[in-house]
Design a protein around this ligand. Structure first.
Ligand code: PEP
Ligand code: MN
Length: 338
């Protein structure tokens, strides 16, 4: 980190800043010239609060050289992180992991039919929301604990580990005990209390990108989980809000290469929420595989017309099967597998 400042700065205030920085373990290299004050900060600058430095009226600029998300950054962790979910490896360059299932858990029969279908199609994990973050309080909110129990039944019948979204810190114990991957939804990406709490567990966490968050903000949220001791973070891009209204969200596929460059964490794409239309799911999924994603999380329903949430973007089981077949061929063509 570099601080530039005016040469007529009050010496007492400079000394104050220097001692604050030194007390937090930072070494200062003074490279000031006749006209400009310049300090190079050496050490772990992720602990430095830039806003506090900028609050000194004589500071001209504070520039970060290293990223503020030390633990999530590839700079300090060059090897890919591989998250192990009940023996299924997510990350690394070998496999593209396919996760399928409905937006919401609705009944035993619905999950049974979908779990059987996605398993036969080649999915290795089952998704399903039991606690649903809905825009309207008047629509289906999820089966809650009953939904988790339905997923568990399907897990033991079909051998598919389960992914489900947590919405509040009070449910941590329920999720740790029953769910294999805890999903943090887009709306909770910056629920820092929740991030800290899941960071204290060692469960795999699927961290979705927030509705309108930058990649850096998303990586900082991952940093919360890592900094609290949980290394098992899987990033999930589900599109962001833009001025475009023809799709539910906008998926910028360059995000995969950017994240791979900046971070060692695996990245999974959610083509369902990214587009909001079942017809767009296949092409976006295939394009994401070519772009280098580590997995896909796809909404699948046995009866989308009757789905209690997100039927418009859910694939029928047959369509999902075709998607997995094409994904496999494509993955093999680029030297990977599913
Ligand atoms: C979901 O996965 O069903 C969901 C609500 O997704 P998101 O948080 O990405 O909107
Ligand atoms: Mn959904």
């Amino acid at each position: 980190m570099i601080i530039t400042f005016k040469k007529d700065a009050p010496v007492k205030e400079i000394q104050e800043l220097v001692s604050i920085l030194e007390n937090s373990g930072i070494k200062i290299a003074d490279a000031s010239s006749e006209n400009l004050g310049l300090f190079g900060l050496i050490g772990d600058t992720s602990v430095v609060d830039i806003d506090k430095i900028q609050a000194y009226s004589w500071v001209i600029e504070v520039t970060r050289i290293t990223v503020p998300y030390k633990k999530a950054s590839r700079q300090f962790h060059p090897m890919d992180t591989i998250v192990d979910v009940c023996g299924i490896k997510i990350g690394g360059s070998e496999k593209v992991v396919i996760i399928g299932g409905p937006c919401s858990v609705e009944s035993v029969e619905q999950i049974d039919e979908i779990a059987q279908g996605v398993k036969a199609a080649g999915a290795v994990l089952l998704r399903g929301g039991a606690y649903k973050p809905r825009t309207s309080p008047y629509v289906f909110q999820g089966l809650e604990t009953e939904g988790i129990n339905i997923l568990k039944k399907a897990k033991s019948k079909y051998g598919l580990p389960i992914v489900s979204e947590i919405m509040s810190v009070e449910k941590i114990d329920e999720f740790v005990e029953n769910v294999d991957v805890i999903q943090i939804g887009a709306r909770n990406m910056q629920n820092f209390d929740l991030l800290k709490k899941v960071g204290k567990t060692n469960k795999p966490i699927l961290l979705k990108r927030g509705l309108s968050n930058t990649i850096q903000e998303w990586l900082m949220s991952a940093e919360y989980i890592l900094a609290n001791g949980n290394p098992n973070v899987i990033l999930c891009e589900r599109g962001i809000r833009t001025f475009e209204t023809l799709t539910r969200n906008t998926l910028d596929l360059s995000v995969i290469s950017i994240v791979k460059k900046l971070s060692h964490l695996p990245i999974v794409i959610d083509p369902s929420h990214a587009t909001g239309h079942w017809e767009l799911v296949e092409t976006i999924s295939l394009a994401s595989i070519v772009a280098g994603c580590d997995g896909l999380i796809v909404e699948v329903h046995n009866n989308p017309e009757k789905a209690l949430s997100d039927g418009q973007q859910s694939l029928k089981i047959e369509k999902f099967k075709t998607l997995v077949e094409k994904s496999r061929k494509l993955a093999q063509f680029i030297g990977r597998d599913i």
